[in-house]
Design a protein around this ligand. Structure first.
Ligand code: T1G
Length: 683
């Protein structure tokens, strides 16, 4: 069955794409489109054309799986030019998400109609690219540079209503009558001169007010730091106001090809597929029957318990939240309401939605109220005895067949499961704080966790809009386990003479949102502090003893002013040097290259050990964890893809070079060594 067919509706030819799952504009689609357009142009009985798609969405872009392979004719730009050159009106009938090349096809059409739920966008920047089929030249000519900039450079799709407001959509049609309404709309255009986006003049706004480009750069600088594609996007949109269409398309092509052949786009395309692969469980039938989750119990109404609850409430799943004391319960439910109300104030929720979410929340002090929950998640104190007690109680109270999950961030899930008579129904659901914001969810598979229990957790993660990764039972699972060697090296480096702000700067320059010492100040240096100022056994003890307990006290490793700007402290540097002297460590100047290698290479080594031990399903899962849980810059693809990019031999040789600094017990990964020797990659 051809992916492109056509049907006549009297004098209107309807060209239909049927290329599941998202009507990607692969070679067959382009070839079919070209053939049907040429057919329509040559048939005098055809007075107008509608282009629409079957399935869940209008074209969702070029076929990303074709990237990096030899191009197959016709190119998308050629097909779009053919559409636009038609003297017969061509109407795009949009539903779902018209993205990337899909949006560009729509721009090549003379008109665009869309259902209310449709979204239209140019997300190429999220793949480290910019539109490559004249989207950066047609869109500004149709809607203006100011309206085009956020779409091209931000990459977020806009809802149909907004698209109509800026002139990208000509008419919003019936949600359930797209095909018919598009045909009727097309028929109304017969005989009129066809409008072509490439001939539009809205782009003159960027010529009259060139400041919009610098203003956009300034407003988005922080978010776009380190990415190459956004700047290219700005230049392409600017060119749309300064060059002829043909020259602008050539400029776009030049910018596009530079990105396509660069490392950032390869990394971000890797991430696109890595995020989707993470949800797949090797060896479990993707159609395994799932356990229905209609009611969730959460134990603990603190920061984590409250945040976890919000994920389910926001997805319309009722939550019963349990605390031991009324005051703690009230404080917890009050915080949940406050969080929702803050979101509503920002216009991202309506008051009704707040009440609807809160209406699904049932606070209780009684375990018995958890009896009919399909899933119970404990978020109590990180202590094994406490966890075992809680799970023993749950085993008594909660109905058979319910899933019992721990939010532990490092404790042994198998040991927790053994406190119940149903270890098959026990797993870890490690949410990252703040749990209602952070996308990452480590789903910790116990030795006895049943397949349907695991599959249910992975499917549920999508429903609560989390990016879930399966982790094995080991200390720190995937993320925290790899954070540990980086932390160790950061502490060793400042003892050996690296300035703590240099360590932070190396990671900031690499693309992390902050470095380890800035993170410590943010979290608070007194977490786990024994509170005895006279007992100084570590640098942290020394700082806490001086009430340098982090950002919250206005001083930690750094000094903070009222605006929370941070300044390195000579007092702290002196404390570190004196501490090193007491420990008999001779300080030296340490290069930023050595700092970077000693912070990042041990992480890659730990990732290789995780793979060796089967604690992650695939290397790309490790990339997904670090990009979503710890801010590893997505434009390097994550720790394992970055290692592939610089070469595993470089990593292995670097670890050998620093062996004496890494210590006699450093666990060199054999997998890393083997792959380095063979010139292989992780991904
Ligand atoms: N190409 C190939 N495969 C794609 C694809 C694409 N564009 N989009 C999705 N898939 C696959 C995906 O890997 C998954 O496969 C399945 O479809 C369902 O996707 C010339 C150069 C459309 C919003 O960036 O944002 O056009 O895992 O799980 O959550 O200027 O997919 O089932 O085997 O994400 O409902 C620009 C990317 C390309 C859009 C649907 N377009 N896709 O989300 O399903 S570059 C994009 C999405 C371009 C032009 C440039 C989302 C979605 P599998 P899914 P979803």
């Amino acid at each position: 069955m051809s992916v492109i067919t056509a049907e006549r509706q009297d004098d209107v030819l309807v060209i239909i794409s049927n290329n599941p799952p998202v009507n990607a504009l692969g070679a067959a689609v382009r070839q079919g489109l070209k053939a049907e357009i040429e057919e329509a142009l040559g048939d005098d009985a055809v007075k107008a054309v509608v282009i629409r798609c079957e399935g869940r969405t209008f074209f969702a872009g070029a076929d990303i799986t074709e990237f990096g392979k030899p191009p197959v004719e016709p190119g998308l730009g050629e097909v779009i030019d053919l559409i636009e050159a038609s003297d017969k009106p061509v109407v795009a009938a949009i539903h779902g998400t018209a993205l990337g090349g899909g949006c560009e096809v729509a721009l090549g059409c003379h008109y665009r109609v869309a259902v209310p739920s449709a979204k239209i966008g140019l997300p190429e920047v999220k793949l480290g690219l910019i539109p490559g089929a004249a989207g950066t030249q047609r869109l500004p000519r149709l809607v203006g540079a100011e309206a085009a900039l956020p779409m091209v450079v931000g990459g977020d799709p806009v809802p149909a209503k907004h698209a109509e407001a800026i002139g990208l959509v000509d008419k919003i049609v019936g949600e359930d009558s797209l095909a018919a309404d598009a045909i009727a709309f097309a028929r109304e255009q017969i005989g009129k001169p066809v409008p072509r986006s490439s001939e539009g003049t809205a782009n003159e706004d960027g010529v009259k007010n060139p400041a919009i480009f610098d203003e956009f750069r300034a407003k988005n600088g922080r978010k776009l730091r380190g990415f190459e594609a956004p700047e290219a996007g700005i230049q392409a949109v600017k060119a749309a106001g300064e060059m002829s269409f043909a020259d602008g398309v050539a400029k776009e092509r030049e910018l596009f090809m530079k990105l396509m052949t660069g490392t950032q786009s390869a990394a971000m395309r890797h991430y696109f597929f890595a995020e989707r692969a993470a949800n797949k469980i090797e060896g479990i039938d993707k159609d395994i029957p799932l356990i229905p989750i209609n009611k969730v119990g959460v134990i603990g109404a603190g920061t984590m318990g409250g945040g976890i609850s919000m994920n389910f409430l926001s997805a319309g799943i009722p939550v019963t939240i349990l605390e031991m004391e009324q005051e703690a319960l009230d404080r917890g439910t009050g915080t949940i309401r406050k969080n929702y109300e803050r979101t509503a104030k920002r216009g991202r929720m309506t008051e009704d939605q707040v009440e609807a979410a809160m209406g699904l929340l049932t606070p209780t002090l009684d375990y018995a109220d958890l009896a009919d929950c399909d899933l119970v998640i404990e978020a109590v104190f990180e202590n094994m005895d406490v966890k075992k007690q809680v799970f023993g109680k749950l085993d008594e109270v909660v109905k058979q067949g319910a899933i019992l999950a721990s939010n532990t961030s490092y404790l042994n899930v198998d040991e927790i499961a053994a406190a119940t008579s149903r270890p098959e129904y026990v797993l870890g659901l490690h949410f990252f704080s703040p749990a209602n914001i952070m996308k990452l969810l480590e789903v910790v598979r116990g030795e006895k966790t049943a397949d349907d229990v695991l599959a249910t957790a992975m499917a549920l993660s999508k429903k609560i809009r989390k990016i879930a990764v399966v982790a094995g039972v080991c200390d720190g699972f995937i993320g925290n386990r790899m954070l540990s060697p980086r932390q160790q090296q950061a502490n060793a480096l400042i003892m050996e003479g690296a300035k703590y702000w240099e360590v932070d700067e190396v990671l900031l320059d690499f693309g992390f949102p902050m470095g380890p010492f800035q993170m410590s100040d943010l979290a608070g240096l007194d977490i786990g502090w024994h509170r005895d100022p006279s007992r100084v056994e570590s640098i942290r003890d020394a700082l806490c003893a001086l009430d340098r307990r982090g950002q919250k006290t206005g001083a930690g490793f750094y000094d903070y002013d009222e605006a929370r700007n941070r300044t390195p402290s000579d007092e702290v540097q002196t404390i570190i040097s004196e501490f090193a002297e007491k420990q008999g460590v001779v300080q030296r100047d340490i290069s930023r290259e050595e700092i970077k290698e000693r912070l990042l290479y041990p992480m890659v080594n730990e990732g290789a050990l995780i793979l060796e031990e089967g604690m992650a399903q695939r290397a790309s899962d490790i990339d997904v964890v670090w990009i979503n849980g710890y801010g590893w810059p997505v434009y390097t693809g994550g720790p394992m893809f970055w290692a592939d990019t610089i070469g595993l031999k470089t990593i292995a040789d670097g670890l050998e070079k620093h062996a004496d600094r890494l210590g006699p017990d450093f666990p060199f990964s054999q997998l890393l060594k083997d792959k380095a020797e063979k010139g292989e990659r992780f991904n």
